[in-house]
Design a protein. Structure first.
Length: 150
């Protein structure tokens, strides 16, 4: 997944936040430029950024009269989740990276992760089946680099 530059992120935030009204309706170049008025960007700059985002698959566009209406191709949350998955694919041990990440989250964030994992485990078990449970005997230790920052 493509990482976004500062201006691309600002444009995507406008689309994700639905600043132009109904969040599902998308926005025209003019509406995005108006939402970014504090940045004093030229209309053509916003148009170029949206065109490049369309080329990267980040936005979808459809004709509306003589203009294009742009919509985010995926939610902000889906984009962030994909960035996290891409980071895990950078190399090294995914398990070690996940353990290190888990150790860095707050208690509330850990609760959210735990609930999501429990929900996923329940769905994976299928109807009428109990989710697989790990016992102490089946847990495998994950080696984690305990470098100077920990």
């Amino acid at each position: 997944m493509t990482r976004l530059g500062d201006l691309e992120r600002a444009v995507m935030d406008v689309l994700w936040d639905g600043t132009s009204g109904d969040t599902g309706s998308g926005a025209t170049v003019r509406e995005v430029a108006d939402a970014l008025a504090g940045r004093e960007l030229a209309y053509t700059t916003v148009m170029t950024v949206l065109d490049r985002l369309a080329g990267k698959g980040m936005v979808q566009r459809e004709r509306e009269g003589r203009a294009w209406r742009y919509r985010a191709a995926a939610s902000r949350e889906a984009h962030i989740a994909q960035l996290m998955l891409d980071a895990l694919d950078l190399g090294g041990s995914r398990d070690a990276a996940l353990v290190r990440f888990a150790r860095s989250v707050t208690g509330t964030e850990a609760d959210v992760l735990r609930a999501a994992l429990n929900t996923q485990a329940s769905r994976s078990a299928g109807p009428g089946q109990e989710p697989a449970r790990q016992t102490d005997a089946t847990r495998q230790p994950v080696p984690v680099d305990e470098g100077p920052d920990r």
